[in-house]
Design a protein around this ligand. Structure first.
Ligand SMILES: Nc1nc2c(c(=O)[nH]1)N[C@H]1C(S)=C(S)[C@@H](COP(=O)(O)OP(=O)(O)OC[C@H]3O[C@@H](n4cnc5c(N)ncnc54)[C@H](O)[C@@H]3O)O[C@H]1N2
Ligand code: MOO
Length: 413
């Protein structure tokens, strides 16, 4: 049987997922989630001209030629604090005591910092500098002008964006719900960390790995469970977890061994498979199915293969649920070593990037093995060895998919 190519399989899986309907959440809850609306400035910031310094609002012309030896003496006719309105229009020879952020009085066109003044007597100020018009005034809209586009749907919300939203007067923001995810690790050999394990047993490590990857993709992990390779136990776990969540992610039991029963039990429960096996290494046994109005993603048990299969299927699916697709940067790189592969497969080999003296970019590929834990730690991306070719020599050019600084684009429901 020929396996489905990676890009076709991923599209088949994604086409079945509709983004969830957006909801308003309080700003802090939106951190790390995806904006479901374009944001246009509802007001200017500042909303009117304000002082940028503590000092005196003056008419610039009243200070012309003044210095420490020949200060300009002005009458102080008002005091303006931030959040309060001035009570006077400034006339020639007058100043208003003013503080940072306070609105500029009518008639004033400059600020003198208080360090450049002396108070000779109550109600008077000596200005020891000449200030030009506009000095230390923040004009209306200096930061943000009403009507300007600020944020766009699909952006991942950062702390600074929450500050901008609040500054526009919004107590909440429209985002898509986090998908509710359950993770199920299967295998008789698995022992939970914390309990004693014999050499033929394996510490269960996929639950935390997959839950963490799901959380990085914006999901809310609601349950993590282990099940032995027993039909009854597996069936019960699959039914319960698929019923109560948006996405169930399983690991292990995905291949063709006698005890690899996850896929056949899902089929018995009525699952419809959108993807079942992909021409991808590592990660070949990955499957995606619909069951009980939710999605089940079957990952291979090998931690390395599970990580790649998660990245290529679960991550885009969880992101789509939140209304976005991820666009990673691709660069051309040279391979640091030769590689042989199955011609029909896409191989994704984690590695780091290195720019050599001649300016060419090379990738230092990690040794590849489905079961390896270490190949993903600190990797900068994947060297993509595409289908349609079996042999790659050191120095051959391929695409490199970078993990850092992806773009998130909104998808149409
Ligand atoms: N005859 C064939 N055998 C295999 C094929 C094949 O096409 N024909 N495919 C291979 C590929 S590719 C992969 S990948 C593996 C994955 O198979 P499974 O999903 O069935 O994984 P398991 O057999 O359950 O486990 C594989 C390996 O990973 C360890 N593991 C499993 N779960 C965990 C966990 N939660 N925490 C830590 N380690 C885990 C497990 O102990 C095994 O060592 O199949 C190949 N076989
Ligand atoms: O393709 Mo298996 O997925 O890792 O070796």
């Amino acid at each position: 049987m020929s396996l489905t190519p990676l890009s076709t399989a991923r599209q088949d899986a994604l086409d079945a997922i509709r983004p969830a309907n957006p909801v308003y959440v309080p700003l802090l809850e939106a951190l790390g989630r995806f904006l479901a609306q374009d944001i246009v400035a509802a007001r200017s910031l500042p909303g009117c001209p304000v002082s940028a310094m503590d000092g005196y609002a003056v008419r610039a012309e009243d200070t012309s030629g003044s210095n420490r030896d020949r200060p300009a003496r002005l009458r102080v006719v008002d005091t303006v604090y931030a959040g309060h309105l001035p009570s006077r229009t400034l006339q020639a020879g007058e100043a208003s005591r003013i503080f940072t952020g306070a609105p500029l009085p009518e008639g004033a066109n400059a600020i003198v910092r208080q360090e450049a003044t002396v108070v000779p007597a109550e109600g008077l100020v000596d200005v020891c500098v000449a200030v030009p018009p506009g000095k230390d005034i923040r004009p209306t809209g200096e930061d943000i002008l009403e009507g300007m586009p600020l944020l766009r749907a699909g952006q991942r919300i950062e702390a600074s964006m929450l500050g901008v939203l609040a500054s526009m007067g919004d107590p909440q923001v429209l985002v898509r719900p986090r998908p509710r995810v359950a993770v199920l690790a299967t295998g008789d050999e698995l022992v939970p960390p914390g309990a004693p394990a014999l050499p033929h047993q394996v510490y269960e490590s996929n639950l935390v790995l997959v839950a963490a990857l799901a959380r990085e993709a914006g999901a809310h992990v609601v349950e993590q469970r282990r099940a032995r390779d027993e039909d009854e136990e597996l069936r019960a776990a699959l039914r319960c977890l698929a019923g109560g969540t948006d996405v169930l992610i399983t690991t292990g039991g995905a291949s063709v061994g006698d005890k690899d029963r996850v896929k056949s039990l899902l089929a018995e429960l009525g699952a419809t498979f959108l993807v079942d096996g992909v021409a991808l290494k590592p990660g070949k046994p990955v499957a995606v199915a619909r069951l009980f109005d939710g999605t089940v993603i079957v990952l291979p048990g090998n931690p390395g293969a599970a990580t790649v299969a998660f990245d290529q299927f679960a991550r885009p699916l969880l992101l789509r649920y939140q209304g976005v697709s991820e666009e990673r940067q691709r660069v051309r790189v040279r391979l640091d070593a030769e590689r042989h592969k199955q011609a029909g497969f896409t191989y994704l080999i984690t590695g780091s990037l290195e720019t050599r003296e001649d300016g060419q970019v090379w990738t230092r590929m990690r040794s590849q093995g489905a079961g390896q834990h270490l190949q993903n730690i600190g990797a900068e991306g994947y060297a993509v060895l595409p289908p349609g070719r079996a042999d790659f020599a050191a120095g051959d050019e391929v695409d490199f998919e970078r993990f850092d600084r992806p773009r998130f684009l909104p998808v149409e429901p």
